[in-house]
Design a protein around this ligand. Sequence first.
Ligand code: KG4
Ligand code: ZN
Length: 341
Amino acid sequence: MRTLTVLGLETSCDETAAAVVRGFPPGPGEILSDVVFSQLEEHRPFGGVVPEIAARAHVELIDGIVARALDEAKLTLAQIDAVAATAGPGLIGGVMVGLLTGKALAVAAGKPLVAVNHLEGHGFSARLATGVAFPYLLLLVSGGHCQLLGVEGPGRFRLYGTTIDDAAGEAFDKTAKLLNLPYPGGPRIEILAREGNPARYALPRPMRGREGADFSFSGLKTAVRQLIQNNAVETVDVAASFQAAVIDILIDRSAAAMAMFRRDFPETAEPAFVVGGGVAANGAIRAALADLAGQEGFGFAVPPVKLCTDNAAMIAWAGIENAALGRFDPLDAPARARWPL
Ligand code: KG4
Ligand code: ZN
């Protein structure tokens, strides 16, 4: 069987990451190395990611991270087939560092370049893990995005719904800040929610039952703020009540998108519901979405937790998906702060 071996680079936010993945669509792929350095400690004093600090840290770290990824894969640059680097969307300083590094490595090794859309990386990571077939319905839930998409292949997406304000991960992070929890808030809220009563506080579920599959989270955040400002609250119960509201919203909007997907792809006998992005690391959310898929007659695929949050293995895999179709990019491929699917 034909395989491709790709070096991936990821620098769009506060993770400096490099990985080597081997495989061929539809997957699963073999992760030969997966090095992720989180700059968390550098940003924590500021309560969020500081773009300038992130870009400088990427510059300092990227060479060593790439060397480690190749070393752990026991490969030299000469033995890889292509270099894949995140070209956006993200914090532009960091994106430029990773993309320029990828270009330099590609030139030096005489290998082709794939300029990867970070969202495509999240959206295909379940294929890297499980080999789930196209087309599928994707719920992409991260710190910057919250979308429901029909996915037919690289560059082939149908948007069913998107957030009209905050992303789901952003809602987790902002709620955590209101509760004086350190950044990033998602994982902390998940842990606290396990100890809390999800029915303790009544919080809104914006957009639930609305036509279409769009999301809104800002009303939920505002309700949490008012709750905390006006009452002596129990932190674990706020966390549990907030997470329960997010789950209800995700379930309602995903169910609506499932109907849209079935209408668009009636010939897909066993459609799959796929989840990706940092919020998909949340165990309660994964379980609730798996239940929904079962009830609606959809298969379910979600990457392991390590492939949900930002990493370079998913970028290498998106590189493989594109390279397998002969989709490469020129050396003047731009770094983009915004780049919708
Ligand atoms: O995909 P990602 O690593 O970066 C982006 O591309 O945005 O997602 C980061 C987001 C953050 O908002 C973080 O709080 C959230 O994912 N997150 C979680 C969990 N782990 C990370 N949210 C809820 N529960 C978690 N366990
Ligand atoms: Zn991401």
